[in-house]
Ligand binder design. Structure first.
Ligand SMILES: Cc1cc2nc3c(=O)[nH]c(=O)nc-3n(C[C@H](O)[C@H](O)[C@H](O)COP(=O)(O)OP(=O)(O)OC[C@H]3O[C@@H](n4cnc5c(N)ncnc54)[C@H](O)[C@@H]3O)c2cc1C
Length: 209
C-alpha cells in the first residue's frame, strides 16, 4: 500500500507532489494480458512482459495509459509554460486573475553575487509596482503584467504513464532547461517508487541509465 501524498522539494522554493495514482504496474499488466487472454504464471513473467512491451517497436503504448497520476506542482512560471506544452494530460493552475501573487520567486544559484543581487532587485521592484497598482485599484488580472517569469505558480497535472514517460524523456534530455529537468528528476524518483517495474524498465531501456 502506497501512502500518498509523496512530495519532493525542487529548486529553492518549489515542490512536486503525487496526490493520487491509479492502476500502477498491475494496470499495465491488465492492459497487456487482456489482448492475449493470458494470466501470469509468476511475478517474474509479468516483469518480463512489461520489459518486452517497453522495448517493443513499434510501441504497444496504449497498455501504459491505464495507469494514471495526479501531481501537484509548484514551479516558476517559465517552467510551467514549458510543462503545459505537453498536451496529453490535464492541467489546472492557480489564477492570478483571482488570487493576488505571493512575493515568491525563483532565485538561481549563480556564483556572481552582484548579478544575483541585481536580479533580486528587479523582482522586488516588480512586486513593489504590482502592489502599488493593486492599491491604486487596478484589477489583479491587469496588474500582474508587471511580474516576471520567475514568480512561482501552482498547478495540478493529471497524466497517464505513457504521457508521463514522454515528458520525462524530453525533460531529462540534456537539451532541456536545467530547472525543468530538476522537476523531471523528482518525478522520476516518485515514479520508481509507485510503479517500480514499469519505471525501472523505462529508466534502463529508454533512458539508458
Ligand atoms: C528541449 C526542448 C525545447 C523546446 N523548445 C521549444 C520552442 O522553442 N518553442 C516551442 O514552441 N516549443 C518548444 N518545445 C516544446 C515541444 O515542441 C513540444 O511541444 C513539447 O515537448 C511537448 O511534446 P509532445 O508534443 O511530445 O507532448 P504532448 O503534447 O503531450 O503530445 C504527446 C504525443 O501525442 C502526439 N500528439 C499530440 N498532439 C498531436 C497533434 N496535434 N498532432 C499529432 N500528434 C500529436 C504526439 O505523438 C506527441 O509526441 C521544446 C521542447 C523541448 C523538450
Amino acid at each position: 500500500m502506497i501512502e500518498l501524498p509523496i512530495e519532493r522539494q525542487v529548486l529553492d522554493k518549489g515542490w512536486v507532489r503525487l496526490e493520487e495514482c491509479m492502476g500502477g504496474d498491475a494496470a499495465v499488466i491488465r492492459g497487456a494480458r487482456i489482448c492475449y487472454q493470458s494470466t501470469a504464471k509468476s511475478p517474474q513473467a509479468d516483469e518480463r512482459l512489461i520489459r518486452r512491451l517497453m522495448a517493443a517497436e513499434p510501441k504497444h503504448n496504449t497498455v501504459f495509459e491505464h495507469a494514471v497520476f495526479r501531481f501537484g506542482v509548484k514551479c516558476p512560471i517559465f517552467v510551467a509554460r514549458q510543462w503545459m506544452r505537453h498536451r496529453i494530460g490535464s492541467f489546472n493552475e492557480k489564477s492570478l486573475r483571482y488570487c493576488a501573487a505571493d512575493r515568491e520567486y525563483y532565485v538561481p544559484d549563480e556564483e556572481d553575487a552582484s548579478a544575483v543581487a541585481l536580479y533580486r532587485q528587479q523582482m522586488e521592484a516588480s512586486f513593489d509596482v504590482y502592489e502599488q497598482l493593486l492599491a491604486a485599484g487596478w484589477k489583479k488580472e491587469r496588474a500582474r503584467g508587471v511580474l516576471g517569469l520567475a514568480v512561482y505558480t501552482e498547478f495540478i497535472w493529471t497524466v497517464n504513464a505513457w504521457s508521463l514517460m514522454n515528458w520525462l524523456q524530453k525533460r531529462l534530455d540534456p537539451a532541456a532547461q536545467w530547472e525543468h529537468s530538476q522537476y523531471a528528476e523528482a518525478v522520476l524518483e516518485i515514479y520508481l517508487q509507485v510503479m517500480p517495474i514499469t519505471a525501472t524498465a523505462f529508466k534502463e531501456l529508454v533512458l539508458k541509465r
